[in-house]
Write a protein that binds this ligand. Sequence first.
Ligand code: ACO
Length: 323
Amino acid sequence: MTVTRAVVRGVGHYLPERVVENEEFVSIVDTSDEWIRTRSGIERRHFAAEGETTSDMAAKAGRAALDMAGMDASDVDAIVLATSTADLTFPSAATMVQAKLGTGGFAFDIQAVCAGFVFALSNANALIVSGQAKRVLVIGAETFSRILDMTDRTTCVLFGDGAGALLLEAEDGTGERTDRGVLATDLNSDGRFRDILYVDGGISTQTTGHLRMQGKEVFRHAVEKLAATAHKSLEKVGMTGDDVDWIVPHQANLRIIKGTASRMSVPMERVIVTVQDHGNTSAASIPLALSVGHARGQIQKGQVLVMEAIGGGLAWGSVVLRW
Ligand code: ACO
């Protein structure tokens, strides 16, 4: 049986020039490099320059993915951009990227906070499988530095800015798990947990607001829900942790990444880790990790990847993909 698969043709990323080491926070809040490293695994993060926006970074990551694929902007018929930190209330940051790159077709944003990239990838896959688009640029891009409360040590040290992108193209597959491309997805949300991770402002409250998080509570949900969603999407294609070449997790906290890998019985040698250099870049963290993992020579054609993420909502999910 012939089925349509969404296959990766290109990957790329962009990180702002400014690197902020843990030490910089010592003069801002009551913290230490040692606390940040041991509790989160983070050593540094990038912050966008003044005037540098989410769509600027997204366009650069998208351009890099197009270059790797050897495609022109005119070849792309959709942009799906995951972000919680769009440049403006409207139009969508995706349409701004469309104008910057010169792509045709259509473009829209997806907002599922740190789970945004798996939601975007799942939606892009659906567009390709249903025949609504042939080539889709899926981007995760954030400027979380703009919503940090720099007087709150429990959150301001954890986040960073950046962007990553995948270029997906329709390809005929056999319907078997040996096909390349997206093999399974699993999406979840539970709005009862809105108070443990949110921004205390928004359009209808007339403020931009700051990120607020009950870190311990989020942590407790994260390990359990991430392992469960990864198992669920692997089960859909008859796979287990043993079949996975790489876990590419949302990069929020090294202890969450290790806890989830352990629950999946996957050794850390088969986990892509970038949290030490990027911090938590929300929807950008997985495509950034994919791009860095590919550039390091870790991720190779034909390998099985499972991506998993959780964020505000709560919203969480996973995608199994053969690279
Ligand atoms: N420097 C020094 N001390 C600190 C800091 C800091 N930056 N931040 C907190 N502390 C203190 C606390 O005040 C507390 O002190 P107390 O015991 O005197 O009250 C102590 O350190 C321990 O704090 P905990 O919150 O218990 O520390 P924990 O080990 O749980 O680590 C952390 C906190 C890193 C936030 C962790 O809970 C975590 O990573 N949670 C998950 C975050 C996450 O994954 N978010 C994902 C999604 S994000 C999104 O969707 C936008």
